[in-house]
Ligand binder design. Structure first.
Ligand SMILES: Nc1nc2c(ncn2[C@@H]2O[C@H](COP(=O)(O)OP(=O)(O)OP(=O)(O)O)[C@@H](O)[C@H]2O)c(=O)[nH]1
Ligand SMILES: [Zn+2]
Length: 368
């Protein structure tokens, strides 16, 4: 049963419209972004079938372009600060794919600063967990060729912001955990294009004092399979143990695989890391920014649990800033570490030097 009563059958909620557009992109179909009378057809190169790519080219009269985000453009050596767009006329699906995300691709010889509406479409790619390689075309004068496609007014994206914070508790159930006794799993539903998320309560937290918490982003490779490439699995298990030792606390397990980029992008990035790139440059090759995570869900989950003051276990200053921006009092911060190994030392070092994580560089140097 849901307590959410906001859905009006006769008039669409902006968040519903955005989620429908996201679903269309994930199914490899174009979406029309509307700005007044203007119509920009957008399609994600990450999941479109080659035949649909050709169909899109024909329907736009070969006036289709490819958006390269600022990080991708910089990796290709394009001398411009910001997103750019490249004409695709005559370019095959494979050539467009190489230009979007292949390692060692040549810089485009012709480009122009991107249309702001095309740049805005990357937010849909982000919600869809697709690479931000958006094929696009202004089809205002030939919109009838796209009459069956979903239309999304650009203003809906900003209007759907409140939905990012709209969560509710679905169920609370005890689960016995090895070495931790009986924990309670609390399942939350809501947000914008998000799966259900979980808070794990261990021990008996004292809610009258700052509650020990860990905000943990999902990592299939590390949490589940013990990958040596990161420290996530150790951080998850050490974090739970520490919360228990503190008398009780809460671990928020957030649906943010690959720093919010999804497992597909993360595995592509791992491929580039095997060829020598660090974690941030590998993501940039795919057009992705350093970190795509947002923390509205964490704030909403804490609020629903009645927690407004915390002691947080993290090395990531962005998490602390997000908690504070969301109105949560951060009373204390403690480091949470995993094993430093030959395989993950460079990853940890990059997080420290390039992403400002609070880790001990001397310890990392000893391993490298
Ligand atoms: N894109 C990308 N994501 C990665 C990579 N390695 C790990 N991740 C993801 O990075 C995130 C790490 O999450 P956390 O351990 O919660 O966060 P953190 O930013 O390291 O901060 P703290 O652990 O709290 O200090 C998870 O979403 C992983 O899936 C990588 O090489 N590329
Ligand atoms: Zn990991």
């Amino acid at each position: 049963m849901s307590s959410y009563e906001g859905f009006d059958f006769a008039g669409l909620d902006p968040a519903v419209e955005v989620e429908r557009a996201v679903s269309e992109l994930r199914h490899g179909r174009p979406v029309l972004l509307a700005e007044g009378e203007r119509r920009l057809a957008v399609l994600s190169l990450d999941c479109v079938a080659p035949g649909v790519y050709e169909q899109f080219a024909r329907a736009t009269g070969d006036e289709h372009r490819l958006l390269l985000t600022a990080p991708r453009a910089a990796r290709l050596g394009v001398k411009h600060v910001g997103d750019v767009s490249v004409p695709l006329k005559g370019m095959s699906f494979d050539a467009a794919s190489r230009l979007s995300y292949a390692l060692g691709a040549e810089a485009p010889s012709v480009w122009q600063p991107a249309d702001p509406l095309a740049s805005l479409s990357t937010e849909l790619a982000r919600l869809a967990l697709l690479l931000p390689a958006m094929i696009h075309s202004d089809v205002t004068v030939r919109a009838s060729r796209f009459a069956a496609c979903a239309v999304l007014d650009a203003t809906r994206l900003s209007q759907s912001t409140p939905a990012r914070q709209r969560f509710e508790i679905v169920v609370r159930t005890p689960v016995p955990l090895t070495g931790l006794g009986m924990a309670e799993f609390v399942v939350f539903r809501g947000g914008l294009s998000q799966k259900d998320q979980v808070a794990i309560i261990v021990g008996e937290p004292d809610y009258s004092r700052p509650v020990p918490i860990r905000i943990h982003s999902s990592c299939i490779t590390g949490d589940l399979c013990g990958s040596l490439k990161c420290d996530c699995g150790d951080q998850l298990r050490n974090g739970l143990k520490r919360l228990k030792r503190a008398g009780g606390g809460v671990l928020l397990y957030l649906d943010q695989e690959g720093r919010g980029t999804g497992i597909g992008a993360k595995m592509r990035a791992y491929g580039y890391q095997h060829r020598g790139l660090d974690t941030i440059d590998a993501d940039a090759e795919l057009g992705l920014a350093e970190d795509h995570r947002r923390y509205e869900s964490a704030i909403a989950m804490l609020q629903l649990l009645g927690i407004d003051s915390v002691a947080v276990y993290t090395n990531n200053p962005t998490k602390i800033a997000a908690l504070r921006a969301g109105g949560i009092l951060v009373d204390a911060r403690e480091a949470v570490t995993g094993r430093v190994t030959a395989e993950n030392a460079n990853y940890l070092r990059t997080k420290t030097i390039r992403a400002g994580h609070m880790l001990d560089l001397a310890e990392l140097k000893a391993v490298i």
